[in-house]
Design a protein around this ligand. Structure first.
Ligand code: FE
Ligand code: FE
Ligand code: ZN
Length: 278
């Protein structure tokens, strides 16, 4: 069965996101752990969590993805910015244990001029401080488009980060189709080749989730502008191959397209139609 959902607002809690997912034909969802610009998280509502965990069972929602605020920068040259990222991630991971065994995705960060090597060293340092043996959440590094000085623009950079982290079993990768296209990987004509590269460099066992987005830009543009499925440069046929690829078809897929709930429902229906059950 295709595991598919979209990015939802967490403002009304977990139960509400489960209900919305059900409504649009989804069986998973992604949400921001707090205001995407950072800031304080909402208090944990244990009643809502209990209700959600029940709903998740009836609706067959077995994995969800929490997204860290995209303004966190673990790679920053500024110590206070790194401290803020570290504390936010620590707090997020603590809160996510209320809904155990799920995924937490973050953007590795931007080195803003000090160089990739220093940036990667900073990211590793933070991961080694926030990851714990006890946590049940898997933390995912997102593949980035490589705009500005973004780290994670290629598989080698992600590999370098993973290499430096002690608790590697708590780490994985979330592949964003728009980002890898914009980063220069040809998932349209050579999906097999791209996944082979991923396997050789990082290992496909580390791939835990897919952000399924079309792109407004051509391959290698290093831009990062998401488009609705089938309305961008990647196109519907390529997405049919992506969701059915033997290395990908059992992973959870998350839409982050510029859309309304109604639009997401349409995309989900389309992807379900294109999906071949085994
Ligand atoms: Fe992201
Ligand atoms: Fe993404
Ligand atoms: Zn993006």
């Amino acid at each position: 069965m295709l595991t598919i959902g979209c990015h939802l607002s967490a403002a009304k809690g977990y139960t509400h996101m489960a209900e919305e997912s059900k409504l649009i034909g989804a069986n998973t969802f992604q949400f921001f752990t707090r205001n995407p610009r950072g800031g304080k998280a909402k208090e944990i509502d244990e009643q809502d969590i209990q209700k959600f965990l029940e709903r998740a069972r009836t609706y067959d929602i077995h994995i969800i993805l929490a997204h860290a605020p995209y303004t966190l920068n673990c790679a920053s040259a500024d110590k206070s910015i790194r401290e803020f990222a570290k504390n936010t991630m620590k707090d997020d991971l603590k809160r996510l244990e209320y809904t155990p065994n799920n995924l937490y995705n973050f953007h590795p960060g931007s080195h803003v001029g000090q160089g990739v090597e220093v940036g990667i060293k900073n990211i590793i340092e933070i991961l080694n401080e926030v990851l714990t043996q006890e946590q049940t959440t898997t933390v995912l590094l997102e593949t980035m488009a490589g705009k500005g000085s973004e780290i994670g623009r290629n598989f080698e950079e992600l590999k370098q980060i993973i290499e430096g982290v002690n608790l590697k079993e708590k780490l994985g990768v979330c592949l964003d189709t728009c980002h890898v296209n914009d980063a220069g990987y040809d998932i349209i004509h050579d999906l097999d080749g791209v996944l082979q590269k991923f396997d050789t460099i990082i290992g496909l066992d580390k791939l835990k989730a897919i952000h399924i987005n079309d792109s407004m830009n051509i391959i290698g543009a290093h831009k990062d502008r998401h488009q609705k499925i089938g309305e961008g440069t990647i196109g519907t046929e390529a997405f049919a191959r992506i969701i059915n690829h033997p290395s990908l078809k059992n992973l959870p897929f998350f839409l982050e397209t510029p859309n309304t709930l109604e639009g997401y429902a349409k995309e989900i229906a389309l992807l379900k139609k294109l999906y071949k059950e085994e």
